[in-house]
Design a protein around this ligand. Structure first.
Ligand code: CP
Length: 306
């Protein structure tokens, strides 16, 4: 079931499969610091093809691979590859699959990971495709909620910011719709959740849209904040109209539950001021750290099937 499975969309997972990844991630938490003693992936090579910038996803995949004993290959800057000579994504994938056992790909084009998976003989993991999906981020987001709140059901979740272009929130809202969640989407009118996603999740759980966090902050168990995705705006003037308009204030937290957890996939720009980092509700750095055990579990499942 798991061996050689592509991870392109969170929709490729059943609820049971998601829970299995989370359980296995829990087993990896201690090894994320020390390394897995058996180095079970020592004969495997993980290729990281990042056609867009990344800090957390790339480095946590590489750290996860190393903690499991696997080798890593990937390019630094696109300028150092044959992409600049005009090599296509498909040809690049066909070459890299012959050098590795799994391809982790990030690409600015929505659908690029699906395309790569159709041509590659080795499994492909989507590390973010344009404004499409970021399924492994969602798995670590769910892991964070489960670990920090102790449950994934019967909670009230707010997702705030750029819901139009933010791929992390597209994947996350789909995954949350598998659980008993009261979901609140907070964004400016121009950055609302795409209609096809809203329609899909609204058939499964209660979803309410808001333009102001003040309307709902007191009810939330989780507040997931996202950056406005400047790089995805076709018109820079449209970005300027919303830049800096959505951010968390300390006054919001005075109204919030003490048990609220604040999450963010990072990087942040100005939507969470640094002074909030010291609040007990801030969990975004812990969330980023969970990327290692969760990706250790994912690589183990895909490369060994167990
Ligand atoms: N959360 C996330 O995808 O971060 P990076 O862009 O740094 O990988």
């Amino acid at each position: 079931m798991w061996l050689n499975k592509d991870i392109v969309s969170i929709g490729d997972f059943s609820k049971e499969e998601i829970l299995e990844v989370l359980e296995r991630s829990e087993n990896m938490v201690s090894y994320a610091k020390t390394g897995h003693p058996e180095k079970p992936l020592r004969d495997k090579i993980v290729a990281t093809l990042f056609f867009e910038p990344s800090t957390r996803t790339r480095l946590s995949f590489e750290s996860a691979a190393m903690r499991m004993g696997a080798g890593i290959l990937g390019f630094g800057a696109l300028e150092s590859t044959s992409v600049v000579k005009g090599e296509t994504l498909i040809d690049t994938v066909r070459i890299v699959e012959s050098y590795s056992d799994v391809i982790v790909i990030r690409h600015p084009m929505e659908g690029a990971a699906r395309l790569a998976s159709e041509f590659a003989q080795v499994p492909v993991i989507n590390a973010g495709d344009g404004a499409g999906q970021h399924p492994t981020q969602t798995l670590l987001d769910l892991f964070t909620i489960k670990r920090e709140l102790g449950k994934l059901d019967n909670i009230c979740v707010g997702i705030m910011g750029d819901l139009k272009y933010g791929r992390t929130v597209h994947s996350l809202s789909k995954a949350l719709s598998l659980f008993k969640i009261d979901l609140h989407l907070i964004s400016p009118e121009t950055l609302k959740m795409p209609k096809h996603i809203l329609k899909d999740i609204s058939t499964k759980i209660k979803v309410q849209e808001h333009e102001d966090l003040e309307e709902i902050v007191q009810d939330l168990d989780v507040l997931y904040v996202t950056r406005i995705q400047k790089e995805r705006f076709p018109d820079p003037e449209e970005y300027k109209k919303v830049a800096g308009s959505y951010y968390l204030k300390t006054s919001h937290l005075q109204k919030a539950k003490k048990s609220l957890i604040i999450m963010h996939p990072l990087p942040r720009v100005d939507e969470i001021p640094v002074e909030i980092d010291n609040y007990p509700q801030a969990r975004y750095f812990k969330q980023a750290a969970y990327g290692v055990p969760v990706r250790m579990a994912i690589l183990d499942l895909i490369l060994r099937g167990e």
